[in-house]
Design a protein around this ligand. Structure first.
Ligand code: ADP
Length: 280
């Protein structure tokens, strides 16, 4: 669905050559019905996963400020049963977090079997903001690409389905969104001068993202680059990618539930038989 998926390490990625706008000719109205049906399908898939408890799902959201990480969480989480999801935002690390390795604070929030975790920012900040703002020496952050690949491989080996989304907006769109916040008193609480400071380093961040996409994409933990200038397109593109990734598991989860149902039915029948044969 017009999403660029990078599923191999060392694939060259040029963000400036990848669309930030939705495909021409597609409108919000065109995809509304599709969004509703995908939302139902995701809800059903989550229900199967919750019962089967064979896998877990990790969704990582990254992007420049205003790219829409919160918006995606609102829309994806809105399709799911809150019982089985955990949303985690990663901000500036605390003193305690900084006194551990960079993955310590992340690993404890990875999803348990049957559940979803949605990460608003993630361990990738440790090779993005840390690199651009020189919060650690190059010798430290460079090593982290390998640590991240190994970490995600470990999660996949333990049946976590990993989906990573880069919400791709243009510099012009970011400016519009930041200025809109100033115009609207109801969003003024979001104003943060640091967003403008970070924006000054736009090119450095894009370069850092290109390295992330090149070095931390694997078949089992791919990156999906989503054109995110339009909010409705961004939401449907993310939702489609999630559903298409989970759909192949449907049979496995259903089979597990069928087996559990048969086992429970047999145990209950045996219990009733014993009850009937008990002397009164
Ligand atoms: P958001 O911008 O995601 O809505 P905040 O305004 O709380 O949320 O910003 C979180 C900030 O934390 C961002 O500026 C981000 O770069 C920063 N941050 C996240 N992880 C790290 C990290 N590992 N090291 C330094 N800064 C980080």
């Amino acid at each position: 669905m017009y999403v660029t998926t990078i599923d191999q390490k060392d694939q060259k990625v040029r963000l400036s050559e990848i669309d930030t706008d939705p495909p021409k000719g597609l409108s919000k109205e065109d995809v509304e019905a599709r969004f509703a049906s995908l939302s139902d399908e995701l809800f059903t898939l989550q229900d199967l996963l919750w019962g089967a408890r064979t896998h877990s799902v990790l969704i990582v959201l990254q992007g420049m400020d205003t790219a829409g990480k919160d918006g995606v969480i609102k829309h994806v989480a809105g399709c799911l049963n809150p019982r089985g999801i955990n949303v985690v935002s990663f901000g500036v690390p605390t003193k305690e977090e900084l006194e551990h390795d960079f993955l310590w604070r992340v690993h404890r929030h990875t999803p348990r079997k049957g559940e979803f975790a949605l990460f608003n920012r993630s361990h990738y900040e440790d090779v993005l903001v840390v690199r651009v703002n020189e919060l650690a020496p190059e010798s430290i952050w460079k090593e982290r690409f390998g640590h991240i690949r190994d970490f995600e491989e470990l999660l996949c080996e333990h049946d976590t389905i990993v989906l990573k989304f880069f919400l791709h907006i243009s510099k012009g769109e970011q400016e519009r969104r930041l200025l809109d916040r100033e115009k609207d008193p109801s969003t003024a609480w979001k104003l943060n001068v640091n967003d403008w400071r970070t924006r000054e380093k736009w090119n450095d961040f894009q370069d850092a993202y290109e390295d992330v996409l090149r070095r931390c994409s694997t078949l089992r933990a791919p990156w999906h680059i989503v054109p995110a200038n339009s909010k409705w397109f961004r939401n449907i593109a993310v939702l489609t990618t999630i559903v298409e990734t989970l759909r192949p598991y449907r049979k496995i989860w259903q089979r597990k539930l069928d087996d559990m149902g048969q086992k429970g039915t047999a145990e209950l029948a045996e219990y009733r038989k014993q009850l009937r044969s008990k002397p009164v």
